[in-house]
Design a binder for this molecule. Structure first.
Ligand SMILES: [Zn+2]
Length: 479
């Protein structure tokens, strides 16, 4: 696609950041909010219902402005609801302080708590639950979800019926897209919480999330309705409406299923098209799985829209959200089989599912789009001259500015952002192979920021990577 690089750069620079901030909690939840203010011990923000505030002890960080690491979720699968804050036990602040101090977990203290709990008694069991919860929250703050999961599993050996522990464990599985696994602790929690119990609405909210993630729309709707009945919550209401829209849209759809995909399409699409798409996706799945060394834990939902004309819209930012919001949505009107263009779109969108899940939804947009284009087979040859011209005038956008949502970018600056992101990923692959991309994604899942992950894996900064990309373009595409 030809585009005017000069116009693109100017338009890019003119992008305003009409923005909201994001409060990232230690449990991984994110709250998008306006007018976030911080005091010594509280973080406050504005809502339509007035000012709300959170204790600083549960806040990991506040991300200022919309170019800060938030929108990758959009291209993967943003959680439909946020995770509630649940304390497994209350009143053990001393235990929290003794478990985590000097920026580390005191494993000797944890072992002592376990020994005391083994001797029996309700209070030692509460204490060991508080200690493992504190250790888990610390690990979540470090981005180490796997070890945090182990802390909760360990605590549950002593307190198997502690609903708070069960729900915190479920939230971690949900954040890892392990929806079926999350249902185990949730179903156990359900058996322990009658509708009158304070945690019952949270159990229903999280079960709805698990079913929604697992593409079980009917059950998701049932759970969110139950949550709304028990304790109305605007966020659940919104998720419920979306699930109901999805369900009514899909009613009367035919279904197809393979090992890794569940596909829905309405009756007017040719069954041969549907089976062709599933075959292409299975091939792509195996390819991306081996290249990125990652297997998504759940079936991926695919919906074909037979009422919308097919178009290659993988590089149109306004379509990004609609095309892969956890489920891959493809307009197919006018197609009777898998054309080369459709094949590219399928691979591009499927790559977003892998990248989103492997990085725990933390890959920045430039990396998401760079890898998706690379996987679909695009290369920079046609635009290398324009990119080098822009670089010569110091007009390439910084990667930091391309971390968040691109929805505010104009068409030309979006085209530039896509082209530059592809070139950056090409240069990474050229210098260290696709395994470098794979390692980078793994690190993104646990690191404090995308650039930190880059430093920790590829030993370079954003500035170094920009320069590496320019050098690569000069070498790979001599004028
Ligand atoms: Zn894309």
């Amino acid at each position: 696609m030809p585009f005017s690089i000069r116009v693109a750069v100017l338009a890019f620079l003119a992008v305003s950041s009409a923005s909201a901030d994001t409060i990232v909690l230690k449990n991984g939840s994110r709250i998008t909010a306006e007018q976030v203010t911080e005091t010594a011990d509280r973080v406050s923000y504005q809502t339509p219902a007035g000012e709300l505030s959170l204790p600083k002890s549960i806040v990991e960080r506040v991300e200022r402005d919309d170019f800060a690491y938030t929108a990758a979720a959009r291209a993967g699968s943003e959680p439909p609801v946020s995770a509630p804050q649940i304390e497994p036990v209350r009143g053990y602040e001393d235990i929290v302080r003794l478990t985590v101090h000097d920026n580390a977990i005191d494993f000797a203290f944890l072992a002592r708590m376990e020994a005391e709990a083994r001797a029996g008694g309700a209070i030692p069991i509460d204490k060991v639950a508080a200690a493992h919860h504190a250790a888990a929250q610390f690990l979540i703050g470090k981005g180490d979800t796997g070890d945090a999961i182990n802390q909760y599993r360990q605590a549950l050996i002593f307190a198997p019926d502690n609903v708070g522990l069960l729900l915190n464990l479920a939230v971690l599985y949900l954040h890892q897209s392990q929806f079926t696994t999350a249902l185990d602790p949730l179903q156990h929690a359900r058996r322990l919480t009658p509708d009158s119990a304070p945690a019952a609405p949270d159990v229903a909210k999280l079960m709805g999330w698990a079913y929604y993630g697992a593409n079980k729309m009917e059950l998701a709707i049932q759970e969110w309705r139950r949550a709304e009945r028990l304790r109305p919550d605007p966020e659940v209401e919104q998720a419920l409406q979306k699930a109901e829209r999805d369900k009514s849209e899909e009613e009367g759809y035919r279904e197809g299923e393979t090992a890794h995909f569940s596909l829905k399409y309405n009756g007017t699409a040719a069954p041969e098209l549907a089976s062709g798409i599933l075959r292409a996706l299975e091939d792509d799945f195996r390819d991306i799985e081996s290249q990125l060394d990652y297997t998504p834990p759940e079936q991926i939902g695919v919906i074909l829209y037979t009422g919308q004309d097919f178009a290659d819209i993988t590089r149109a930012p306004s379509w990004v959200g609609a095309l892969n919001d956890g489920r891959i949505r493809i307009p197919v009107q006018g197609l009777s089989g898998v054309t080369p263009e459709l094949a590219r779109v399928l691979k591009h969108e499927l790559t977003h599912s892998f990248v989103g899940q492997k990085s725990h939804m933390r890959a920045p947009t430039w990396l998401q789009e760079g890898i998706a284009q690379w996987m679909e087979g695009r290369r920079s040859s046609a635009v290398s001259t324009a990119l080098l011209d822009a670089a010569a005038q110091n007009q390439t956008p910084s990667l930091a500015a391309l971390e968040g949502s691109w929805l505010a970018l104009s068409g030309n600056s979006a085209a530039f952002a896509y082209a530059w992101s592809l070139a950056v990923v090409e240069s990474i692959v050229q210098s260290g192979g696709i395994t470098d991309v794979s390692r980078l994604l793994d690190r993104m899942a646990t690191s404090t920021s995308p650039e930190a992950a880059l430093r920790e894996t590829l030993r370079c900064s954003y500035a170094d990577l920009q320069q590496q990309t320019v050098d690569y373009l000069r070498r790979a595409y001599p004028r």
